[in-house]
Design a binder for this molecule. Structure first.
Ligand code: UDX
Ligand code: UDX
Length: 467
């Protein structure tokens, strides 16, 4: 008999926890799903009546939320109450790279995962399945298991028939397409030892995912698969970005090259878009983690190999900054630069590890005046990301704009850093009239109609275009 789950609790109402639980609730009306978070302000946003105030922007999210919020989907900061009644608990808290101590700069900081495991051990009352959703270093499940079982607060230790089991169920959603990725996943991966728990989780997914897309394995293989999947995707981005530079030097065109190589079924067309380097909360962190693990096991050559993927990513951002400064006659001091796009990719308001953030900081350091426009990132977030007390002068050099035209007015250059749809259809005629001459376009995503911009007298540099 397959165990029936009635109450799910998810710790962490972030970019992963929020959308994932919404999709589970929408597809499993018989299961009550409580998403809890220590951040009360974030929870209030998830509960806001006006859905445009949800804490994250994700296409399709509003519709899913409105279909099941307060029906069987609830957001709350009362963690203890919901842990007590859950029979399945997802851990979806953030696991950033450690900034100090052992493994600083490489290993993931698991303090919140550990804190979550301790809370679960203390408050869970039922036979409980604990599911790792956060991307975690290999063998974290073992740690969670140990904490759950041996914590002196363990509430289940005197109940022979009740126990904790741990599963790994990594999330492969990509921000910007999260809802679609969750509704039609390429695969669902479940790692674990306990067959009954695996079947219980599988049964939830079977409400909307075909059985042949659900793959079960052991805990370690599941945890490692997530890290390796992200490393391989990031490697493709670094590979194509490295070739963007070669195309520029040799007169080739990276878009045509990407298209031509992507036609080979063995290579495939995805993840071959050039850009200012990969960002987001996962790629860099997961590769650093992989490097840390490889070093730990004495696999120096393997860790050196993956370090290069990160090195190319840094190099790409720096070389873009150099191109901008050099092309604009060697100085950008006091020049107004219109920045189009601040999120780490299109269709999200997430700015974690956004290449725009890094590039904008450097451009401010060079003394330029930035006029930033992003369709979804809030002005507060942009200021939080760029301003700090060590650089008080940056405040006067930063303007957050409400649209393209406002940013372009009086600008010496437009720098496109995120591939938002609207940047593919810029009205170059009106924009060029607003800019100062000589004017520049730096298209780091290779999305603009550069021929139209050139025809209007704008100087154009498009990443990966040698002509
Ligand atoms: C996820 C994954 O969980 C992470 O491992 C992965 O690598 C990146 O994506 P994400 O949902 O994007 O994290 O992170 P974030 O949006 O920061 O959300 C995490 C939430 O957990 C935050 O809202 C934070 O307040 C909450 N949290 C953190 C808790 O509720 N309790 C804690 O103890 C710590
Ligand atoms: C990634 C993984 O794709 C997802 O499976 C995992 O669960 C979390 O990490 P995410 O970071 O949300 O998802 O977005 P993704 O689409 O992978 O993009 C990551 C970065 O690579 C972005 O900065 C994006 O702009 C960049 N990228 C991606 C490119 O520069 N070129 C590409 O062709 C693809």
């Amino acid at each position: 008999m397959i165990r029936k789950i009635k109450n799910i609790c998810c710790i962490g109402a972030g970019f992963v926890g929020g959308p994932t639980m919404s999709v589970i609730a929408a597809n499993c009306p018989d299961i009550k799903v409580n998403v809890v978070d220590i951040d009360e302000e974030r929870i209030d946003k998830w509960n806001s009546e006006d859905l445009s105030f949800l804490p994250i922007y994700e296409p399709g999210l509003k519709e899913i939320i409105s279909s099941c919020r307060n029906r069987n989907l609830f957001f709350s900061s009362n963690i203890i109450k919901h842990l007590k009644c859950a029979d399945m608990i997802f851990i979806s808290v953030n696991t950033p790279t450690k900034t100090k101590g052992v493994g600083a700069g490489q290993a993931s900081d698991l303090k919140w995962v550990e804190a979550s495991a301790r809370q679960i051990s203390k408050y869970a009352r039922s036979d409980t399945i604990v599911v790792e959703k956060s991307t975690l270093p290999v063998k974290t499940a073992q740690t969670i298991n140990t904490i759950l079982k041996y914590s002196k607060d363990n509430q289940l230790k005197n109940h022979k028939e009740k126990k904790f089991t741990v599963l790994s169920n990594p999330e492969f959603l990509s921000e910007g397409t999260a809802i679609n990725d969750l509704l039609s996943p390429d695969r669902v991966l479940i790692g674990g030892e306990d067959k009954e728990s695996i079947n219980a989780l599988m049964k939830i997914y079977l409400n909307w995912v075909e059985e042949d897309k659900i793959f079960t394995t052991d805990l370690w293989s599941s945890e490692l698969s997530k890290l390796i999947a992200n490393a391989l995707l990031a490697q493709r981005v670094s590979s194509i970005n490295s070739f963007s530079a070669l195309c520029e030097k040799t007169g080739a065109n990276i878009k045509d090259v990407s298209f031509a190589i992507g036609l080979d079924k063995r290579i495939g067309k995805y993840f071959l878009n050039v850009g200012p380097g990969f960002g987001g909360s996962c790629f860099k962190k997961d590769i650093l983690n992989l490097i840390y693990i490889c070093n730990h096991y004495g696999l120096q050559e393997v860790s050196n190999y993956w370090q290069k993927v990160l090195d190319i990513n840094e190099w790409q951002k720096n070389r873009i900054i150099n191109e901008i400064v050099n092309k604009m006659f060697g100085t950008i001091t006091d020049k107004r630069l219109a920045i189009f796009g601040f999120s780490f990719k299109a269709n999200t308001n997430d700015t974690r590890e956004s290449p725009s953030k890094f590039i904008c900081k450097k451009l401010l350091e060079e003394g330029s005046k930035l006029a930033i426009y992003d369709p979804k990132v809030s002005p507060e977030q942009i200021k939080k990301d760029l301003l700090d007390e060590n650089h008080p002068q940056d405040k006067d050099n930063l303007e957050i704009c409400a649209n393209q035209k406002e940013a372009a007015t009086g600008a010496d250059a437009i720098i496109v850093l995120t591939e938002w749809e609207e940047f593919k259809n810029i009205d170059w005629e009106s924009i060029s009239n607003l800019m100062r001459s000589p004017s520049w376009l730096f298209d780091t995503r290779s999305v603009c109609n550069i021929y139209e911009a050139k025809a209007l007298g704008i100087n154009v540099w498009s990443l990966g275009f040698g002509k």
